[in-house]
Design a protein around this ligand. Sequence first.
Ligand SMILES: [Zn+2]
Length: 140
Amino acid sequence: MEQANSTLYVVWLYVSQEKQITIGKKGTFSFPKGHYLYIGSAKRGLSQRLQRHYRLNKKKRWHIDYFRENASWRHSWVFQEASGECALQKYTADLLKGEYPVPSLGSSDCRCPAHLIKVPEMSKTKGDLLSRFWHENTFT
Ligand SMILES: [Zn+2]
């Protein structure tokens, strides 16, 4: 049952040393070493979407794809939909003190600063807590 409503996700990526990355036509940006989270949604085929983000060899379709090939995959979490991926993005950024390295990356269709955030620290435990807080505060 829960799987059917689980349409949001957070992907944790890690950049091992500072890099200049060209994000398609957006231009080239400097990405400091550290932890990055990408917040997205997939109404259908959530596991295929996550598998696509995981894969490195693919035709680039989204701006996040340019970043992905320069970062290492750490983990992903699935979240139930309540008020959408933008609310989850804001929730994540607020809770984990996120910053936005590339204006409007992943948010060309919404008003968020971006859907890729850089966080000062990250761990599996932090992600699990984020998931727990989100579900407790949103579905009670
Ligand atoms: Zn948004």
